[in-house]
Design a protein around this ligand. Structure first.
Ligand SMILES: Cc1cc2nc3c(=O)[nH]c(=O)nc-3n(C[C@H](O)[C@H](O)[C@H](O)COP(=O)(O)O)c2cc1C
Length: 209
């Protein structure tokens, strides 16, 4: 397929088509956490598949960015939680720099949420609780501690190695510095509202689309 054919293919794909909900920033919640939960509930009610899937952006020790999709595990006063291997590339990147970004996109609603903040390891109790809540298959996979290694690069084989790998499971919370809610509109007059942390409170700013 030629480049111009690909361009044509892409040009024919609609984006932000159909009926999208309104978002009036005047009615937004006082905190981005509450606003997020309201939109998450809306995404669930709209039947969006995997509304709890999000893209986590990190930077490595050389400042090179990386990104991948993860599942949101919880949201509380500590921030947005996700679980992963501490020994994975993302785990090493977070050790090098806790500065991360999360992005949610709910296509049928034309809604995006962008979170910038700091990833904090919630410690062994949170990791153990998440680990044991996983399915047996998921636990076995995590216990092998081989995430992102090349297939054929053998996993640890002895019990001691496996339990050491299990200790590599981690739950992180992203403590938000800013959270932006983006409501797409078919007339392209998109609505954007950004919350920024100011100590224990939040300021909000409307942004040009
Ligand atoms: C829908 C979806 C959900 C995922 N959820 C997780 C998750 O919760 N934790 C995780 O470690 N990887 C999850 N993954 C796999 C990651 O995207 C990624 O491939 C893996 O964590 C390795 O990333 P890294 O090499 O950047 O460390 C998920 C992938 C998809 C597509």
């Amino acid at each position: 397929m030629t480049v111009s054919a690909t361009r044509l293919l892409l040009r024919e794909l609609p984006s932000l088509a159909g009926q999208l909900p309104d978002f009036d920033p005047a009615t937004a919640a006082g905190t981005p956490q509450d606003q997020f939960v309201a939109w998450l509930r809306g995404a669930i009610a709209a039947g969006i598949r995997e509304p709890h899937a999000m893209t986590l952006g990190t930077v490595d020790a050389d400042g090179r960015p990386d990104a991948r999709v993860l599942i949101l595990k919880d949201l509380d006063e500590r921030g947005w939680h996700f679980a992963s291997s501490r020994h994975s590339p993302k785990g090493h990147q977070i050790t090098a720099s806790g500065d991360v970004a999360l992005t949610f996109y709910w296509p049928a609603l034309g809604r995006q949420v962008r979170i910038r903040g700091t990833a904090v390891d919630l410690g062994p109790d949170a990791a153990a609780a998440d680990f044991w809540a996983r399915s047996a298959e998921a636990r076995a996979n995590a216990a092998l501690g081989r995430q992102s290694r090349a297939v054929g690069d053998d996993a640890p084989e002895t019990g001691a190695e496996i339990s050491a790998a299990t200790a590599g499971w981690a739950v992180y919370a992203v403590k938000p510095a800013s959270v932006e809610f983006w409501q797409g509109r078919s007339d392209r007059c998109h609505v954007r509202l950004r919350y920024e942390a100011r100590g224990d409170s939040w300021t909000t700013t409307r942004l040009w689309a």
